[in-house]
Design a protein around this ligand. Structure first.
Ligand code: 9MR
Length: 360
């Protein structure tokens, strides 16, 4: 027979961390005061039964993001002709599982149909097409999206604007125009600017702050900055630096979230790399967990089997917390531990959040 007092002694000595963290990533995240821990998914994966069993596990995933099926090429392949079947499949899945949905994305320079990227536009005609796209797509998903990534990756690494078709014809005003149209179609969805390499200080992070201010200066609604969080093992900033950058956005009156987290490595993996990966994930997750106004974390799919990384970065992979055989890696425990913490710490974070909500 095990005495309660001996369990208490072991807990106090930190010998039973698994008891404190028994639940799963989403359960631990919400206990810590975040709104969700979630994952991206994609339509081709939905026929994989083993994959689906874990995708539906709300102890780990309280939120889904469609990796591709709400993008412009998927939703409006020819002008003013909309197709929502694939996006709906993921929206329905999230609804059936009781998972929040981050909707992704409305305006991006990639995965544009050729009628947009290669069209002959004027400022006026492209503005109309942009507004029409956003209005129709956001209206279709009204009430289903916790958040929309309204504008994705508008910046070059040096902080200048990408010369995409929207910038070329409309100028920077395409950004506030997009936010205005999204807010008009669904006033409840949180509207985000989403980008990568804005997780640490520098020209690009400064430019992302300017985008928030630009949208605000137009009187349009912007609710959040999404930091994608695509990193390489051993090159992830410290938790302190990450948290300090998160705070530079929340200081502007918006929330923040890590929206596409993964930490890739040069393959093959090794125990050293897997251990460093766990540390890197923990820094990222810990930065969010400790920052007031960081509402959640999404990994860019949970298993290496379906990661985008090897197709894009030759020689790199193993970026997810589960391996390609669905086995949890050390990173899983790194994340879980970063979301752990004493019940008193959890309580005080929740109390702070409630005070802020009440305007104290
Ligand atoms: O995961 C997506 C992958 O399947 C697509 O081929 C790719 C096309 O660029 O887009 C991936 O998702 C991207 C996301 O939409 C925006 N940030 C970068 C992601 C990884 O490329």
């Amino acid at each position: 027979m095990v005495h309660l007092s001996s369990i208490a002694t072991a807990l106090a000595a930190g010998l039973l961390p698994q008891l404190a963290n028994a639940a799963g990533l989403n359960t631990a995240a919400t206990a810590k005061g975040l709104d969700y821990f979630g994952t991206a998914t994609d339509n081709p994966e939905l026929t994989d039964n083993t994959y689906m069993t874990q995708l539906k596990n709300t102890d780990d995933f309280g939120q889904l993001t469609p990796g591709n099926s709400m993008k412009w090429d998927a939703t409006e392949p020819s002008q003013n002709s909309f197709s929502f079947e694939k996006g709906d499949a993921i929206a329905d899945l999230a609804e059936a599982n009781g998972q929040k949905l981050r909707c992704h994305n409305l305006v991006w320079y990639q995965q544009l149909p050729s009628w947009v990227s290669g069209g002959s536009w004027t400022n006026e005609t492209l503005t109309e097409a942009l507004k029409n796209h956003i209005t129709k797509v956001v209206t279709h998903y009204k009430g289903k999206c916790y958040a929309w990534d309204v504008v994705n990756e508008a910046l070059n690494d040096d902080g200048s604007y990408r010369e995409n078709v929207f910038y070329q014809h409309i100028g920077e005003a395409y950004i506030p125009i997009a936010f205005e149209a999204a807010a008009a179609a669904d006033s409840d969805a949180k509207l985000y600017y989403n980008d990568y390499s804005i997780e640490y200080g520098g020209d690009k992070a400064n430019a992302a702050e300017k985008i928030v201010k630009l949208v605000q200066s137009y009187g349009a609604k912007i609710d959040g900055v999404g930091l994608q969080g695509h990193f390489t093992v051993g090159q992830t900033p410290s938790k302190k630096d990450l948290a300090s950058t998160l705070k530079s956005y929340t200081a502007l009156g918006v929330e923040v979230a890590y929206t596409e987290m993964d930490v890739r490595m040069e393959t093959p993996s090794s125990s050293d790399k897997l251990s460093q990966q766990s540390t890197d994930y923990a820094s990222l997750v810990g930065a969010c967990a400790e920052t007031e106004g960081c509402v959640g974390i999404t990994i860019w799919d949970w298993t290496d089997k379906y990661s985008w990384v090897p197709d894009t970065f030759s020689g790199y992979g193993d970026a997810c917390p589960w391996d390609e055989n669905y086995k949890k890696k050390q990173a899983y425990n790194g994340i879980l531990n970063a979301l752990g913490g004493s019940s008193s710490a959890r309580k005080s974070r929740k109390m702070r959040r409630n005070m802020i909500t009440r305007g104290n």
